[in-house]
Design a protein around this ligand. Sequence first.
Ligand code: AMP
Length: 182
Amino acid sequence: MSPSFHELQLHPALVKVAGELGYERPTRIQTLAIPPLIAGRDVIGKSKTGSGKTAAFVLPMLQGLDLERRELQALVLCPTRELAAQVRGEVRTLGRGLPGLVTAELVGGQPARGQRESLARGVHVAVGTPGRIMDLLGTGSMEPSTLRILVLDEADRMLDMGFIPDIERIFQLTPFTRQTLF
Ligand code: AMP
């Protein structure tokens, strides 16, 4: 039998929410990915949609935040706006037991102004698409120096869609010491 969420060393507030959501046990990708991610290692994970892969990176990412510091600590890049909205929703749901958690969705197709204002007020986690994130970095609206966790969700699809130059640039702008997840 697979270990419990508690046995994976997840924070009790995160274990509690997983229980409330009816997640009885970690899925295979969660069992394999959560321990090295909590340990701060870079991880490349591959698994199908529906396998619980979003929670596999969101849970340890939430655990790694310092909520006392209202600055950008984790950035999730997604190939599409729809996926970004979904991932941000999961960050909020899984993070509902963490007081003060602030998240932002940074995608194209909507005015950048509100997004710039949220960043200026301070967010812990941003989820978005590469084009809009490049714009926000380019105008200085987004401060990359405090980032500790960078996630490329569906990285293969982003590469197929021609986002390589944007992603390379984002890699260059974020601290070398960051934890990186594919
Ligand atoms: P994903 O692979 O990220 O698209 O997740 C598919 C679905 O599985 C989502 O609706 C999650 O809410 C759900 N899920 C994630 N982890 C678990 C788990 N350990 N047990 C049951 N359901 C889960």
